[in-house]
Design a protein around this ligand. Structure first.
Ligand code: GAR
Length: 207
């Protein structure tokens, strides 16, 4: 059965581009009938919009500044998303807190990537907080989105060592490289796992 993905971005869109590139290189459409139907941004100036268009993906903007309330914005956003009948909505650097109604509407088909090893450092400024806390490792997490911010079931993580010379910027750059590795993998596994067993897959233990 055909499965559409809608990706939401707010900025540079490098995670979106990594997923689009993996989808193309791995033949998601030909092999699994999975396609990225649209990239939607809440910011008209998001750099990722041009990247999406270069990759031949339809784009749309739902500018949060045009709406009086969070609820009104989320209603308009959901309309734009639902026009593509998505099997999965992927938050890729989408920097808006979503209303409980929006999250409930996409329950079981809404993923996020967060630049920390959750449950450590939910919220913002994750890299500086990891450095300030003296962490020896940092990383990133792909998780299902639930009503509470950055708390849903964890699907995949990658670990990055924190170096004594690290700044938030240098650490963020190394974590971002790992984000690009794990997000496309988690998206595909989630869609295929759901497809086959009705549940997302998890790692297996040695016998
Ligand atoms: C990524 O590091 C992502 O983990 C983070 O924003 C960046 C977006 O980069 N997301 C969050 O902080 C969500 N709370 P990108 O636009 O280049 O993919």
């Amino acid at each position: 059965m055909k499965k559409n993905i809608v990706i939401l971005i707010s900025g540079g869109g490098s995670n979106m581009a990594a997923i689009a590139s993996a989808a193309q290189q791995q033949g998601w459409q030909e092999r699994h009938d999975i396609r990225i139907a649209a990239v939607i941004s809440n910011r008209p100036d998001a750099g990722g919009l041009a990247l999406a268009r270069e990759a031949g993906i339809a784009t749309a903007v739902v500018d949060h500044k045009a709406y009086a309330s969070r609820e009104d914005f989320d209603t308009a956003l959901a309309q734009a998303i639902d026009a593509h009948a998505p099997a999965l909505v992927v938050l890729a650097g989408f920097m808006r807190v979503l209303t409980p109604g929006f999250v409930a509407h996409y329950e079981g088909r809404l993923l996020n990537i967060h630049p920390s090893l959750l449950p450590a450092f939910p919220g913002l400024n994750t890299h500086q907080r990891a450095i300030d806390a003296g962490c020896k490792v940092a990383g990133c997490t792909v998780h299902e989105v639930t009503a509470e911010l950055d708390v849903g079931p964890i699907l995949d993580q990658a670990v990055v060592g924190v170096l004594p010379c690290d700044t938030a910027q240098t650490l963020a750059a190394r974590v971002l490289e790992q984000e690009h590795q794990i997000y496309s993998r988690a998206v595909l596994a989630f869609l295929l796992g759901k497809n086959e067993s009705g549940q997302a897959p998890s790692a297996t233990c040695p016998r």
